[in-house]
Write a protein that binds this ligand. Structure first.
Ligand code: GDP
Ligand code: MN
Length: 376
């Protein structure tokens, strides 16, 4: 789950990091009022779940309230990475001397958090890593001990020479580690971390992703979720208790069990098709889940066929069949369904489907080949 800059900054402040002040607005008049309040030059920034807002024209400096309102007019409603800007963050503009990059994320290989820092901040860090890898410094943290002071100082000395800046930077890094662990983040970064002309180190941008598995025990972080900018179908799937990942193909997949779902996607690819999604309806016997699954899959305009692959264990095939029939009555399914059901109550399931005019096959190869043929 991604956070907006202003939300990430609030978590950083709570962890004691120096962050530039700012307030959120959603209209040019509100932006004008904030610019008056701050006085002087302000920066107006699009709040969308995307990096590179500056390059896309979503970050603009304004010399006074009128110009700030003009920028708000331009940026509100703008699309950045397919996301519509509805909120702006207004901050007093900083006088920047240097821009650095600091970030911490989960190192899966090392099974620990890893810091990445670079004196070349303010630009795309992946690009720096690709073109000038020596400019990016990495440091793994042992989660049993956390970030040790000497490690924070080692990184800070990669970024600054002046002792006063090094000290401030080390504090920023330990705050960042705190914010990362306290909130169950999978990634937390500051780009740029600036030093100002008067010798202060502070974060003027913030990006945080939270690990979805951490949310159940962090209701205050969960409350920061922005449902509007979630991927299509993701919110509906979460409500219905389905595991769903949208993909770009045309074969909609509705499968029970993550393993079978993966195997089904593999087979779709093997026979020359492209799956439109990963969807695991889970192991329960609940026709409502099937209805929700069909609603989510049919909402994707790329889907040309819907493939059911059900192995009835705890899941009863007759329940899934009832779900399919119910969904067909409730929603307008404009694409063909190809169905394979096997296991618990499969005979009964076939009868239910046949009565409603659907046909089911028994083999996985057969049903996948049929789906790929229809989608072609
Ligand atoms: P991003 O493009 O989405 O990463 O948004 P940033 O918040 O990083 O802003 C992009 C760039 O705008 C920064 O790298 C800065 O160079 C510039 N910028 C942002 N805030 C200020 C500010 O307060 N003063 C000045 N002078 N430049 C700023
Ligand atoms: Mn940035």
């Amino acid at each position: 789950m991604n956070l907006h800059e202003y939300q990430a900054k609030e978590l950083f402040r709570q962890a004691g990091m120096p962050v530039n002040p700012g307030e959120v607005a959603s209209s040019p008049d509100e932006v004008r009022a904030l610019a008056e309040k701050y006085g002087g030059t302000v920066v107006v920034k699009a709040q969308v779940h995307s990096g590179g807002r500056g390059k896309a024209g979503g970050v603009k400096l304004a010399d006074g309230p009128d110009e700030a309102a003009e920028h708000a007019e331009t940026i509100l409603g703008m699309e950045i990475s397919g996301l519509v800007v509805e909120e702006l963050l207004v901050s007093p503009a900083e006088k920047i001397a240097t821009e650095a990059y600091v970030g911490v994320l989960v190192d899966r290989e090392g099974q620990c958090p890893v810091f990445m820092v670079s004196a070349e901040g303010g630009v795309d860090i992946e690009e720096v890593a690709a073109t000038n890898p020596d400019a990016v410094h990495k440091l793994r943290v042992d989660p049993r001990y956390g970030l040790m002071p000497h490690q924070a100082y080692w990184m800070a000395t990669r970024l600054y020479d002046e002792p006063a800046l090094v000290r401030q930077c080390a504090k920023v890094l330990s705050g960042l580690y705190d914010a990362f662990t306290r909130n169950g983040a999978s990634m937390a970064e500051v780009n740029p971390l600036i030093s100002t002309e008067d010798g202060q180190v502070k974060a003027i941008d913030a990006k945080v992703s939270i690990d979805g598995n951490e949310l159940f025990r962090r209701p205050t972080v969960e409350a920061l979720r922005d449902t509007a900018s979630e991927e299509q179908g993701a919110a509906r799937a979460r409500e219905a208790g389905l595991s769903f990942v949208k993909l770009d193909g045309s074969v909609g997949c509705c499968v029970n069990g993550a393993g079978l779902a993966m195997a089904t996607m593999d087979l779709v690819k093997y026979y020359g098709g492209e799956p439109a999604n990963f969807l695991d309806i889970g192991g329960s016997s609940n026709p409502d889940k099937v209805v929700a699954a069909l609603e989510i899959i049919t909402a994707d305009p790329n889907v040309k066929v819907i493939l059911f692959n059900i192995f009835g264990g705890i899941t009863r095939c007759d329940d899934v069949a009832r779900g399919i029939v119910e969904a067909a009555g409730r929603i307008d399914i404009r694409v063909p369904l190809v169905i394979r059901l096997t296991g618990t109550n499969e005979e009964l399931a076939r009868e239910i489907l046949a009565d409603a005019g659907f046909e089911a096959v028994a083999s996985m190869d057969e049903v996948v080949q049929a789906a790929v043929r229809v989608a072609a």
